[in-house]
Design a protein around this ligand. Structure first.
Ligand code: MLC
Ligand code: AMP
Length: 506
């Protein structure tokens, strides 16, 4: 009988022997033991199983972070369905697209959003809509309460779907990256060793639960290690300072580190219990890397990943953590930097030569949900995934990311695709056209900025554009500034020169 490749089975095999130990601690002082988590997961898995869903059902979830939200993720795995997390900032138009595209059998939303989310879900023929609040409330918990607290984990093969993460494309709408149980298990196991997870580790978890970083990298590490998580609803610099003394591992996007540096209490003594600070999801500036080391004595470990591949490179735990690089390819992962030549579209670059970053390995996703052509375009004939990032490898195999061939802005660790924002701006009465760019920002790394050409007689104000966009799209995608110009700069091919605009408005 082959081993069950269900990711939940892997986690459960690593639960500590003493299940009365604490798995999750919340800011309200609540403790969830490993047994609590196991039983609550089983109750929710039983509820999902009782719904008589198709075997390949998707469970779409847009809820605030809470222990129960993590339990819902685990229950979805245990019951053998695919988990589809959605950013809580998404508004109706965005949710309508995701639900319409993924056709989930179950949608779980916050109680206060039930009205509009259920309308969208039922229109898309979703059979079941539940609510889950961040105070142990909502219909999902009410129904799960009556279920049995044991559940036999559903058998899965490594290649079976575990999660779908939506990630936007440079053109067109978002694509659902399909990650398998094998993708997630292999990456979790590699990172567990690579980052030297050890007995006594406590993870301070402040990341959101709807992206790779918070849901997979952070949670999986602690779950595999049988380690306690101090589970905070969101990142708050002052609050993190209060917990640092009781934690050993912290993970965050560069904005978290910049905000921690603004805390006057951040010094070596405050971090004396800490073993490891990890950064990723966006470039960590050298200033942040150096200043953090100076203030705390800790060298931040930077790693590199993406929704389609989970983690692919990391600086080492022991050995040199080189600032400005994302480290070396993780064990079992193959990274290459290539350029196009007349006889080879993927000719390898020499050391330190800049080119396109491509990746292959057990961590690389199965493809985009119901987009076989798009999937084929993003892979080379020899099976490498084109990341859309541009970089160079040095002689020791350290990778530096120097740019992106995809038109993408990363603001505070969230991805924003200019094309999507431009299409919303272009719909506004009186707008001729627009270009959306990222400009350096002291807190978010990059800030979304719009450059707009208005019709000669049109009266449009910056505040109008911002207010209108806020009613339609997630807040983090809304430009922080809107500039008006007479024309957009174009090259001889007629393409907007965003580099010129970035220089002009930086
Ligand atoms: C919030 N706002 C943002 C923003 N987050 N604007 C731009 N970029 C962001 N990231 C908006 C708010 O809605 C608000 O708008 C205003 O900016 C100020 O908000 P704030 O109070 O400063 O925001 P806060 O709630 O503190 O959130 C900031 C943050 C959060 C940095 C804590 O964005 C965050 O947790 N980011 C992490 C994202 C993440 O997990 N990324 C991993 C992706 S996985 P207004 O209009 O109300 O003033 C991935 C792969 C990998 O990339 O390798 O890991
Ligand atoms: P996402 O699609 O949200 O998973 O975002 C993935 C993208 O984030 C990658 O393709 C990179 O462009 C970027 N990214 C992740 N980690 C890093 C890092 N350490 N440095 C620079 N960019 C990063």
């Amino acid at each position: 009988m082959p081993m069950n490749a269900n990711l939940f089975a892997l986690f459960e095999s690593r639960f500590p022997a003493d299940k009365s130990a604490c798995c999750l601690e919340t800011q309200d002082g609540l403790y969830y033991s490993w047994l609590d988590i196991q039983r609550a997961t089983a109750k929710m898995a039983n509820l999902l199983a009782s719904l008589d869903l198709p075997k390949d059902a998707r469970i779409a979830v847009q809820v605030e972070k809470s222990p129960e939200a993590l339990i819902l993720y685990l229950a979805t795995l245990q019951a053998g369905y695919a988990y589809l997390p959605l950013n809580t900032a998404y508004r109706a138009a965005e949710i309508e697209y995701f639900i319409g595209n993924a056709e989930p059998s179950v949608v779980v939303c916050s109680p206060q959003n039930f009205g509009w989310v259920s309308k969208i879900a039922f229109k898309a023929h979703t059979k079941h809509v539940f609510t889950l609040g961040d105070r142990r409330d909502g219909s999902l918990l009410e129904r799960a309460l009556h279920m049995q607290d044991t559940f036999k984990t559903v058998e899965k093969k490594a290649d079976d779907l575990a999660a779908i993460l939506y990630t936007s494309g440079t053109t067109g709408r978002s694509k659902g990256a399909m990650l398998t149980h094998g993708n997630l298990s292999s990456n979790a196991l590699v990172l567990h060793d690579y980052w030297h997870w050890q007995k006594g580790d406590v993870l301070l978890h402040t990341l959101p639960l709807f992206h790779v970083h918070g849901l997979f990298v952070a949670s999986h590490g602690a779950l595999l290690n049988g380690s306690k998580m101090i589970f905070l609803p969101k990142f708050d610099g002052a609050q993190v300072m209060q917990y640092l003394k009781r934690a050993t591992v912290f993970m965050g996007v560069p904005t978290y580190y910049m905000r921690l540096l603004a805390e006057s209490g951040l010094h070596a003594e405050a971090c004396s219990n800490m073993r490891l600070f990890i950064s990723g999801s966006a470039p960590l500036l050298m200033e942040t890397f150096n200043e953090f080391a100076k203030r705390t004595g800790h060298t931040i470990l930077e790693r590199y990943g993406m929704s389609e591949t989970t983690m692919l490179a990391s600086n080492p735990y022991e050995g040199s953590r080189v600032g400005g690089t994302v480290g070396q390819a993780l064990p079992g992962v193959s990274i290459r930097v290539v350029k196009s030549t007349p006889d080879n579209p993927h000719a390898p670059c020499a050391s330190d030569e800049i080119g396109d970053i491509q990746v292959k390995g057990p961590n690389v996703f199965k493809g985009y949900w119901r987009m076989p052509e798009k999937t084929a375009e993003e892979f080379t004939e020899d099976g490498y995934f084109k990341t859309g990032d541009v970089g160079k490898l040095d002689a020791k195999g350290y990778l530096s990311i120097v740019g992106r061939s995809k038109d993408l802005i990363i603001s505070g660790g969230y991805n924003v695709y200019p094309k999507e924002i431009e299409s919303f701006i272009d719909e506004i009465d009186g707008v001729v056209e627009s270009a959306v760019i990222g400009v350096p920002h002291p807190d978010f790394g990059e800030a979304v900025t719009a450059v707009v050409v208005a019709k000669p007689q049109a009266v449009i104000k910056e505040s109008d554009v911002i207010a209108l966009l806020k009613s339609k799209i997630a807040n983090f995608k809304v430009p922080k500034r809107v500039h008006f110009v007479n024309d957009l700069p174009r090259n001889t091919m007629g393409k907007v020169q965003k580099n010129v605009l970035r220089e002009q408005f930086k």
